[in-house]
Design a protein around this ligand. Sequence first.
Ligand code: AP5
Length: 193
Amino acid sequence: MFNLILFGPPGSGKGTQSDKLVAKYGLVHLSTGNLLREEIATKTPLGLQAMGFMDKGQLVPDEVVIGMVDSHFDKHKEAKGFLFDGFPRTVAQAKALDKLLELKKTEIGKVLILDVDEEELLKRLILRGKTSGRSDDADENILRSRQDVYKKETLPVASWYARTKKVIHVDGMGGVDEIFERLCSHIDKKIKL
Ligand code: AP5
């Protein structure tokens, strides 16, 4: 099993690159943002609980997200690996993921971090906000607060994984295809080991 975390601030291209990576490597895409939006769209109690946090650009509480990931995990017992996108976002989530993977006798293979200038992040999200219909893209103050939440609550996760020497920073500036090639070159090295 090969498990990959695609890490980076809002707008860094995690979702865009995940679609291409799961198609190439046959991994199961686990995006907590997408799962939460599905819960909201179907008006489940979990979705209704999450909505207030997401609309403000705040993180959904750890216990809600971890429970959701756990049950999604169990739906894919035959997976040859997972691509985690937007998860883990706190050190508590990272610890919970380690435990979940340990139970399944597997571990994280690589943590690839997309580095993108803040100005470019805001440019991308403002552009997407014109058509996405995502409430958290709709207002520039919320876009900025999502970047602040990333720095305060999510960046410590990178330090947590840095101890494992599995973290690689990847230049996330430029065209989608060139960034994809950069990501693949790191994954291919790991898969050949
Ligand atoms: P989530 O859905 O995970 O959103 P995010 O991390 O804020 O990321 P985005 O989807 O905005 O950006 P991305 O990095 O995926 O980039 P994308 O490819 O879309 O989370 C949303 C919310 O859910 C959170 O704020 C939180 O409330 C909650 N949540 C989710 N997970 C959680 C967790 N684990 N714990 C607690 N709460 C959680 O690209 C962005 C735009 O840029 C697109 O328009 C794209 O077309 C464009 N683009 C991509 N690449 C390029 C490029 N190279 N050049 C130009 N444009 C590009």
